[in-house]
Design a protein around this ligand. Sequence first.
Ligand code: FES
Length: 89
Amino acid sequence: MPTLLFPGLHRVLSVEPGANLLEVCEAAHLPIEAACGGFATCNSCRVRVLSGQLGPADEVELPMLDRPDQRLACQVQVWHDAALALDPG
Ligand code: FES
């Protein structure tokens, strides 16, 4: 099972492979917003990848990102270990 580290929050989560990152964060009561409800239109769920791999962003997500280390949690499936910050940086 992939492990997600949130160093700034002192949290470590083991997640089901392929789990949606936003749903994982919400289930763990991490401080993340999702103003559009997960439809990739609000940018409020943006997270920063500190290390590890979350896979490539697709054509829906990519235009919403300012930098390559940012991702929209609502569009990410977790398949590998990663360290994340919930602020977009
Ligand atoms: S919840 Fe709005 S972009 Fe992810």
